[in-house]
Design a protein around this ligand. Structure first.
Ligand code: TNX
Length: 537
């Protein structure tokens, strides 16, 4: 019997005797509450099969008129499956048909991703293949995730990726049962979030005159304008698209540093009496927001607009890499520090973050920040820390009773090289191999159980300075994303050789999807040299 291979590996998968097939008479039996999941399943299975897979009510007469031999797929919301947690599911393929059950729609959505992996990889195709048989091995799967935060971060600020690229990215992460898309929407080099109150943020702030060519240290520019921004309806659409796939979008508005694009649009937000351009270099701009009442009102207004578009609990306000050079010589900033009785600029940033935290909490949301938010004094109540500069910040925050997402540069920064092979396409620096990622444990050694439960999970980061094209994003994301997905879903400590063996099968699915993943054997000659990976032939 062929071993069914599902990535990330399910908690338990038992192969039972026999196999069943879908055919054009198959229907999706779903109670009204599960209809959205039936729609997802249809979206996943109909293109390649060409079958309509219509909805049917549970208990409705069916089957009698059928001329085929195909089985039906039944979706069931079953409170008893609470034992598998809020995202777990049970999937049974047997002579009587295919049954997906869970206590939640999220669990059913996850079950859909498993179901499609039980079928031949050609199920991932976009057009019907007449005459193909769509068989599934009989199995009993029970499955639930190790961590609740299973994230993918995408920097759409350094390079803008249109909404259709983001929705494909959602498809790909959902396939791996990752459930958070952290969208880095703003930075020095571009502002991508549309604001009704501050329209110049995108009119001016979403375009830069040129970008760096090759590695930043070469100091060369391409002379080509780059930019773009989302519309509100595109973002609302992405939110819904994600929700239908158990992917929540966590929006990031990076404040008060990494804001040169905003200051270029509205110079009064800055500390200097001069007009800046949207930054064309990579790195950390010294130009940061001022701490006036007007600048804070700006932040609250923008965050208010963000809340209107993104319904999720978590809102990321950045907080990373905020140089204090301008504040240290700015009279209003000095006056603010004195007025508040703060020790200095770090506490000024802490106060600033606290204002944002209060605003979010007042609106029923939770603040997320990079680990620098630990440096300015006490964290806002309910804050969640993303530990990127190693694990120290995350450990400190978890011990202090705050939730954390562990995403240290090693091994979670997927903008780093995947090997030492000189033929790897240009990357920022570093090296995080597939093996490094697979060996990762989000719970650092020595963190006691009382603090370990604050580790919500982990995510990878795709900073896009060196990822100008969607193909480049895919090359860096995959297959490392599959490795991290297995860590956060199946749990750390898996056997690498076994993972690589299963991955070889899984990659056939990504082939059909046309994903420009990095081959296991090493960089492909076509990807040699250039500014980023080229599409594989
Ligand atoms: C650090 S991580 C940054 C980003 C860069 C990245 C490049 C973090 C919170 N800030 O602005 O893009 O390094 O690897």
């Amino acid at each position: 019997m062929d071993e069914p291979i599902v990535v990330p590996r399910p908690t338990s998968l038992e192969r039972t005797a026999g196999s069943v097939a879908l055919d054009r008479s198959s229907v999706i039996v779903a109670p009204v509450a599960a209809r959205p999941v039936a729609a997802l399943l249809r979206a996943l299975l109909s293109p390649a099969t060409g079958y309509a897979l219509p909805d049917a009510q549970p208990g409705a007469p069916g089957g009698a008129e059928r001329d085929g031999v195909g089985v039906d797929i039944a979706l069931e919301v079953d409170p008893a499956l609470d034992r598998l947690g809020p995202e777990g599911y049970r999937l049974v393929v047997g002579d009587a048909g295919i049954g997906l059950s869970s206590s939640s729609l999220a669990g059913l959505q996850n079950a859909c991703q498993t179901l499609r992996q039980l079928v031949d990889p050609s199920i991932f195709g976009r057009a019907p293949r007449p005459g193909a048989a769509w068989t599934l091995p009989c199995v009993v799967v029970e499955d639930s995730p190790a961590f609740t935060w299973r994230g993918a971060h995408l920097d759409v600020a350094r390079h803008f990726f249109p909404a259709h690229v983001v929705s494909r990215f959602i498809d790909l992460i959902a396939l791996h049962k990752l459930n958070v898309l952290h969208l880095h929407l703003t930075d020095d080099q571009g502002w991508r979030f549309p604001s009704a109150a501050y329209p110049l943020l995108t009119e001016i702030g979403s375009w830069r005159a040129e970008s760096m060519l090759g590695h930043a240290r070469a100091g060369q520019f391409d002379g080509t304008p780059h930019g773009g921004a989302y519309t509100r309806s595109e973002l609302a659409d992405l939110v819904a698209y994600g929700a239908a796939r158990n992917v929540t979008i966590v929006p990031e508005i990076d404040l008060p540093g990494h804001t040169q694009a905003a200051i270029a649009a509205y110079p009064s937000l800055g500390n200097l009496d001069e007009t800046l351009e949207v930054w064309t270099r990579w790195g950390v701009s010294e130009h940061v927001l001022n701490t006036s009442d007007a600048a804070l009102d700006f932040c609250r207004t923008i965050l208010g607009e963000v809340l209107d578009v993104f319904p999720g609990t978590y809102v990321h306000v950045g907080g990373d890499e905020c140089p204090k050079t301008e504040w240290s010589t700015s009279a209003p900033a000095r006056a603010r520090i004195a007025e508040l009785g703060l020790a200095g600029e770090d506490e000024l940033q802490g106060w600033f973050t606290a204002q944002l935290g209060e605003f979010l909490a007042g609106n029923g949301r939770r603040l997320v920040g990079w680990d620098e938010i630990l440096e300015g004094g006490p964290l806002p109540v309910g804050a969640t820390v993303m530990s990127w500069r190693g694990t120290r910040g995350g450990v400190a925050a978890a011990r202090a009773g705050f939730d954390v997402v562990m995403c240290p540069e090693a091994p979670c920064y997927f903008d780093h090289y995947q090997s030492d092979d000189p033929e790897e396409p240009l990357a920022i620096h570093g090296r995080n191999t597939l093996a490094d990622v697979y060996a990762y444990d989000p719970v650092p050694d020595g963190l006691g159980a009382d603090a370990a439960h604050h580790v919500l999970g982990s995510q990878f980061e795709l900073w896009s300075e060196y990822l100008p094209r969607p193909e480049d994003v895919e090359y860096m994301a995959f297959p490392r994303a599959a490795a991290l997905a297995e860590v956060v879903w199946s749990g750390p400590g898996g056997d690498l050789a076994d993972f690589e063996r299963r991955l070889a099968v899984h990659l056939a699915r990504l082939d059909v999807l046309g994903v420009n993943y990095r081959p296991l054997a090493g960089p492909h000659p076509w990807q040699r040299g250039g500014r980023g990976a080229r599409r594989r032939p």
